[in-house]
Write a protein that binds this ligand. Structure first.
Ligand code: F6P
Length: 343
């Protein structure tokens, strides 16, 4: 019987379980056996698998995270791992693998296809929404709504205490969560990785706002925003298997500087992994479901090397390389809209 494997790699996000459920339901309908590979590429290296029958995916639609587990394992890091991944793909007798992930997971998928190791179809996931070739990744909408709700909450306490609150949100290279949660939450300043921070300008905006009688301000900053281009603020220097540093700390640094320059009492709130948790929004459940069904259709059509993508209101197939070649960053036009409400 034809067999499809599915794995979820990289940072988790709400919407992964709806994708898994859709792949299993559609796959079983079409007569496939579905095998879950645990913990991303790590599971392929270690042959750590689970059966995915209809019972295994029952009730998972509203659940955040991934029933398969995930990791940031890179099989190209050690040659012996690549050999194991290749052998296990054969051993499992997989006709195809559906890889659900972001830039790193799909980057590995792209290499495995080029190296003739596996037949893969990709599904784009990340709360950062920074994958090219798709209008949206699932997970982003839930994270965005979580961030917006947190900003709403920060507003009331900032107002009561007449403080500035800096909210640090996720977003390594792209400021999608920052810009959209900032617009939706009515932030007074929004800082994103795409535009280096001009501290003087930020403080002037805040002072101008306070000069018209406001006694509080909300500043939203993406964790990847930089004072000078190319200089990330990091927690530690250690790199992960894909060469990324652990970001974090820009909010704290910014809060201290704002307080020093403006003289206004300032606090920082780091939203962190809260943005990756919780139950997926309806948008992410529907998008994940549509992606999962389409991924199986691509397997049936043997369209390997393709990734499912959202284009307008249609689900289409695009080459995986198109999605991982360059990141989709926030465009200047959207930032100009956000700026109308600064100060
Ligand atoms: O998955 C993307 C992301 O949430 C980034 O925004 C963030 O920098 C990173 O993951 C955090 O990763 P980890 O869970 O490994 O700390």
């Amino acid at each position: 019987m034809a067999k499809i494997g599915i794995l979820t790699g990289g940072g988790d996000c709400p919407g992964l379980n709806p994708v898994i459920r859709a792949v299993v339901r559609k796959g079983l309908n079409q007569g496939y056996t579905i095998v879950g590979i645990k913990n991303g590429w790590k599971g392929l290296i270690e042959n750590d698998i689970m059966d995915l029958n209809i019972e295994a995916v029952s009730g998972i639609l509203p659940k955040g995270g991934t029933i398969l587990g995930t990791s940031r394992t890179n099989p190209y890091k050690k040659p012996e791992d690549l050999v194991k991944a290749k052998d296990n793909f054969k051993k499992l007798e997989l006709d195809a693998l559906i890889a659900v992930g972001g830039e790193d997971t799909l980057g590995v998928a792209s290499k495995l296809i080029k190296d003739g190791i596996a037949n893969i179809v990709g599904v784009p996931k990340t709360i950062d929404n920074d994958l090219s070739a798709t209008d949206y990744t699932f997970g982003f909408d839930t994270a965005l709504n979580t961030a917006m709700e947190c900003i709403d909450k920060l507003h009331t306490t900032a107002e009561s205490h007449h403080r500035i609150i800096v909210a640090e949100v996720m977003g390594r290279h792209a400021g999608w969560i920052a810009i959209e949660s900032g617009i939706a939450g009515g932030a007074d300043v929004i800082l994103i990785p795409e535009i280096p921070i001009d501290l003087k300008e930020v403080c002037e905006v805040i002072k101008k706002r306070h000069s018209r009688g406001k006694t509080f301000s909300i500043v939203v900053v993406a964790e990847g925003a930089q004072f000078k281009e190319g200089t990330f603020v990091t927690k530690e220097q250690e790199l992960d298997a894909f060469g990324h540093v652990k970001l974090g700390g820009i909010g704290d640094m910014l809060a201290k500087e704002i307080e020093k320059i403006t003289g206004y009492e300032t606090r920082v709130s780091v939203l962190g992994h809260i943005q990756r948790g919780g139950s997926p929004t309806a948008f992410d459940r529907v998008l994940g479901t549509r992606f999962g069904v389409k991924a199986v259709e691509l397997v049936i059509e043997k369209k390997f090397g393709k990734m499912v993508a959202l284009s307008g209101d249609k689900i289409i197939a695009v080459p995986i390389e198109e999605a991982v070649g360059t990141l989709k960053t926030v465009d200047a036009e959207l930032y100009e809209i956000a700026k109308v409400f600064f100060g």
